[in-house]
Ligand binder design. Structure first.
Ligand code: PLP
Length: 283
């Protein structure tokens, strides 16, 4: 017997349950990974950074030539009814594919409306003040060359996490290296602090994370010096503090790199200040 999933979903203009969603085998999201997605955190019924997330969605769709069926406000309105009742924290998942044509061709379809799927997933924030920290491992960045787009073609990211799993460290974090610089994690942005200055890679070819942007604003408000620069491996290994950010894990401290402790080997003071301020943004 299969588990029924009666959670609300929005699919191609209609509200239904997740079980009722029927996606064509010819859908280009399925066949070609030809789609853009977005994940919006919601705390006590209020989206955190909802507008920024929807702006990134619109930007991504435009960049790959998928016409957005909704406006900035429209996306937030259409997503709201899928929220799960009584959940303190949940993530709205939105995926927009280039649609379904009854052929498998790489070129864009001649006439196919985009496929839109939206649903919500409950989660419990995994990082707290008492979080002991997470080990990090440097890995070569094997992803494609347009990492600023939130594409569902995530094979490079999948393989990065599978590598951790195969190495017996599934709960650790992969830290991705491009041209001798540490640029990102497979599902998070990267920060380090050294001598009171925060470094974070610029958003030239990484995902412009919404959590990253919120953390930069907090650091500015707190008067902490910030440099948008990808650290060399050498600088990174000498960091006093390292943390990664995303919508689900918020700010996750990394306390070792390839087995060597970061600073004192515990979450640091700058992380703590930013983490505390971040909590006040949540509804
Ligand atoms: C590769 C990558 N970088 C960074 C992020 C963080 O983005 P956000 O803070 O908007 O969740 C994500 C989120 O999924 C990601 O996949």
């Amino acid at each position: 017997m299969t588990n029924k999933n009666n959670s609300p979903a929005f699919f191609n203009g209609n509200y239904m349950t997740i079980d009722q969603v029927a996606i064509s085998p010819f859908d280009r999201g399925f066949l070609l990974g030809d789609s853009i997605y977005e994940v919006i955190p919601v705390y006590n019924g209020t989206m955190l950074g909802g507008e920024k997330h929807c702006q990134r969605l619109l930007h991504g769709l435009h960049a790959v030539g998928i016409e957005s069926p909704y406006t900035l406000d429209g996306w937030q309105d259409v997503a709201a009814p899928v929220l799960l009742e009584g959940q303190a924290a949940q993530l709205i998942y939105i995926q927009v594919t280039r649609g379904a044509e009854q052929v498998r061709k790489h070129r864009f379809p001649i006439a196919a409306p985009p496929t839109v799927l939206i649903f919500s997933i409950a989660f419990s924030p995994s990082v707290s003040e008492l979080y002991p920290g997470c080990a990090g491992h440097l890995q070569e960045d094997l992803r494609w060359q347009r990492c600023s787009l939130k594409s569902t073609s995530l094979m490079g990211n999948v393989l990065a996490y599978q590598q951790l799993y195969s190495d017996g460290v599934a709960n650790d974090e992969a830290l991705l290296v491009r041209n001798d610089r540490v640029v990102e994690a497979p599902s998070s942005n990267l920060f380090m602090a050294k001598d009171g200055v925060i470094f974070t890679p610029p958003i030239d070819n990484i995902l412009p994370g919404v959590t990253r942007a919120l953390v930069i604003d907090i650091a500015e408000d707190l008067g902490i010096n910030m440099r948008e620069e990808a650290p060399s491996i050498e600088l990174f290994k000498s960091a006093d503090e390292v943390w990664v950010t995303n919508s689900m894990e918020e700010l996750k401290p990394i306390i070792s790199i390839d087995g060597r402790p970061v600073g004192e080997g515990v979450p640091g003071e700058i992380w703590r200040q930013l983490f505390e301020s971040f909590q006040t943004l949540k509804g």
